[in-house]
Ligand binder design. Structure first.
Ligand code: FES
Length: 267
């Protein structure tokens, strides 16, 4: 068999034979992810304007403790240190945040956008050694499958929030009645997009199908595996659209609560 020897040459940082605008994609990812991180951190520390009528911001759901009718276990715990800012979001946001942070797709995006490792495919990187995800600290990314369990629980809670977002109090009688507002639709869309993102998780595919030698031997698992694989094919789109929607839901509820926007009641 004929053999061709292709010498491997180490490229300098940023050096490439690519002629396309390879830097645009990581630049966009950098801007969007940075903006989301800054906004989500700011919103999580506000401890205010996270609910409006029957709506609860997904950044704050579930409210484990807090001054809110949505709170599960009452107000702020007495043992909470006085020097530590309190917000219900700080108790729960680490779970969905770490689910996204350890996601296989986002890893590829922010390794390029934030660490330039590499800046893009076939573009020279700033490091000379490769440790990758086989050594500390990146080996910790393997906890992703455990955050998947948490994400599935959150998905159920957010779906219940959509139901609660259809229960409006009648201002005249105080009785609860069924209704749909623009906020209800946003919260429902948020669950659909988060569902598409979470259920298409690479780890979920392994969970439902990876333990079988012959997947067609278990019809239920095969259907679950096929559905998850189908969603996984557009994982990038689910990842970005769900990120936008969860931020938009918080912004919308915040603006309604602050009196800047009226909620558009459809039913
Ligand atoms: Fe992206 Fe699991 S791989 S959510």
């Amino acid at each position: 068999m004929a053999q061709v020897f292709v010498p491997l040459t180490r490229r300098r940082f940023g050096e490439t034979l690519r002629r396309d605008a390879w830097y645009v994609q990581p630049l966009i990812a950098f801007v969007i992810l940075s903006s989301f991180l800054i906004y989500a951190t700011w919103a999580a520390f506000q401890n205010a304007h996270y609910e409006f009528g029957p709506y609860l911001s997904p950044f704050y759901s579930p409210v484990l403790f807090g001054d809110s009718p949505h709170s599960w276990f009452g107000t702020k715990p007495a043992a909470w240190p006085a020097w530590l800012p309190f917000s219900p979001a700080l108790l729960i946001l680490p779970f969905p945040a770490l689910f996204r942070f350890t996601c296989y797709y986002y890893r590829g995006a922010y390794y390029k956008a934030f660490w330039a490792d590499p800046p893009n495919c076939s573009v020279g990187e700033p490091r000379r050694s490769y440790l990758g995800e086989r050594s500390f600290p990146l080996i910790m990314q393997n906890v992703h499958r455990y955050f998947l369990y948490a994400a599935l629980v959150f998905l159920g809670i957010l779906a219940y929030d959509v139901f609660k977002a259809t229960q409006f109090a009648d201002p005249a009688t105080g009785r609860t009645e069924f209704g749909i507002g623009f906020g209800t639709l946003i919260l429902a869309l948020n669950v659909v997009l988060l569902g598409g993102y979470t259920l298409g998780c690479h780890s979920l595919r392994h969970l439902v199908g990876g333990v079988l030698d012959n997947i067609s031997g278990s019809p239920v698992r095969k259907v679950a595996y096929d559905c998850s694989s189908c969603l996984n094919r557009s994982h990038m789109k689910w990842a970005w659209t769900s990120l936008f929607c969860v931020a938009f839901a918080d912004v919308y509820i915040r603006l309604c609560s602050m009196g800047v926007l009226p909620d558009w009641r459809i039913l």
